[in-house]
Design a protein around this ligand. Structure first.
Ligand SMILES: [Zn+2]
Length: 413
């Protein structure tokens, strides 16, 4: 900017006297006055200037610093509005104070709710496995797992998951916060909305500093009281050192069996949809599924289901059966076939890949990694085979060994 242009700007801001807010020149007068110097128009030059004007309505109400005006209209508007204003530094400082206060409230609440507790030795084997599959999946401290005990999915079998989650809450390995006190909720909302401002309006749905109702992983303390930073590692070590009782084996066996049964029911639904056949959810189907879940892999059963679904379709078409009888043909057909191969001592040889949506749960994936060398999931194994592989990789109490040996004899008789 040249000296002449600076003179233009000075004229732009020049007041007619020291007390009024009337400008000495109109814009046209300024342009006319400076025309001989070949300067750019005042409208253009004024855009690049700000003006500090000593007036109590133009200073910050907190720190008294001067807040510059950016053009004549701004100056007049601000004086006419008669409102005291705050400078951006003071606004920032104010927001920071509010944020600090909110953080303090939330942090104190978190410290109280997530006080490290030495719960490790109270956990049963299935609880250790469930907690390890949770901490492997959600690695951050005090991870949010769901709104209520019904929402936490671990094995995918709702009854099992809910019971274990309730027991883990009872033993303080998980923390259930059904509702947060009003002041904490307000503080969380403050943190939430201020973080949205702070981070350029990129929406942050769950700032980790806030606390909302839900189920969380608690902090773990060792017996000496010190907090554990890597819970997964401690859980893993604990699992490795366990010597299992009959009760432990029964519980894990149950989870494995229920999981495989759950998959087979999913497959029946899948078959019914794909082949458009009605399959009655009868006791006979229940008994059949329980039997095949124990003895065959879901992939082999799925292949058998598909073949028998074709047979069912052919039968329905040929004999035009309908109503009650039609709903039982698929189940009867699978049942007869399984009985036939078992009577003859044959095996199910062929497999069919399970549909994409029947995925291994986090529990199943972890269990497979820990105990089933080379298997990613339980889809290629019967429930009995999963249990047998697992038992090869754990240590058992003497009583449990004897009992299992006896059971083994019985089942081969
Ligand atoms: Zn200020």
């Amino acid at each position: 900017m040249t000296e002449e242009e600076i003179a233009v700007i000075n004229d732009y801001w020049k007041l007619s006297d020291d007390i009024s807010t009337v400008f000495q020149y109109t814009l046209k007068q300024i342009d006319d006055k400076h025309k001989p110097n070949k300067v750019r128009p005042v409208r253009f030059l004024a855009k690049k200037s700000v003006f500090v004007f000593p007036h109590n309505l133009l200073t910050c109400q907190e720190c008294d610093c001067n807040i510059p005006v950016i053009n004549r209209r701004d100056l007049i508007n601000r004086i006419n509005s008669e409102e005291k204003i705050t400078c951006s530094d003071c606004v920032d400082r104010g927001l920071q104070r509010i944020l600090d206060g909110a953080n303090q409230i939330v942090n104190e609440y978190r410290a109280e709710k997530f006080a490290p507790i030495a719960y490790l030795n109270n956990l049963a084997v299935e609880e250790l496995l469930v907690l390890l599959s949770i901490t492997t999946e959600y690695t951050e401290n005090n991870a949010f797992l769901g709104m209520s005990p019904d929402d936490v999915i671990i094995t995918g079998i709702q009854m099992i998951d809910k019971n274990i989650v309730l027991s883990l809450i009872d033993k303080k390995a998980l923390v259930y916060i059904p509702e947060v006190p009003f002041n904490v909720e307000r503080a969380s909302n403050v943190i939430y909305s201020l973080s949205n401002i702070t981070f350029n309006n990129t929406v942050q749905y769950w700032p980790s500093e806030s606390v909302y109702p839900g189920i969380y992983v608690n902090s773990l303390a060792l017996d000496r009281g010190e907090e554990v930073s890597d819970i997964s590692q401690i859980l893993y070590q604990k699992l490795q050192s366990l010597i299992l009782s009959v009760d432990d084996v029964v519980k894990i066996h149950q989870i494995i069996k229920e999981t495989q049964i759950g998959k087979l029911y999913e497959l029946v639904r899948e078959i019914a949809k794909e082949y458009q056949i009605e399959i009655d959810n009868s006791n006979i189907l229940g008994g059949l599924i329980e039997h095949v879940a124990g003895n065959y892999s879901p992939m082999k059963i799925y292949y058998t289901f598909r073949v028998k679904a074709w047979d069912t379709l052919a039968y329905l078409y040929k004999d035009s059966v309908s109503g009650y009888r039609a709903k039982h043909i698929f189940t009867a057909s699978v049942r007869n076939y399984i009985q036939y191969i078992e009577d003859k001592g044959f095996e199910l040889k062929k497999s069919w890949t399970l549909p994409q949506h029947i995925r291994a749960s986090s529990f199943e994936a972890l269990f497979s990694r820990l105990y089933l060398d080379g298997h990613f999931d339980w889809n290629r194994l019967s429930a009995k085979a999963v249990v047998a592989l697992w038992l090869e990789n754990v240590r058992l109490e003497e009583g449990a060994q004897e009992l299992l040996a006896k059971e083994g004899q019985n089942s081969t008789e």
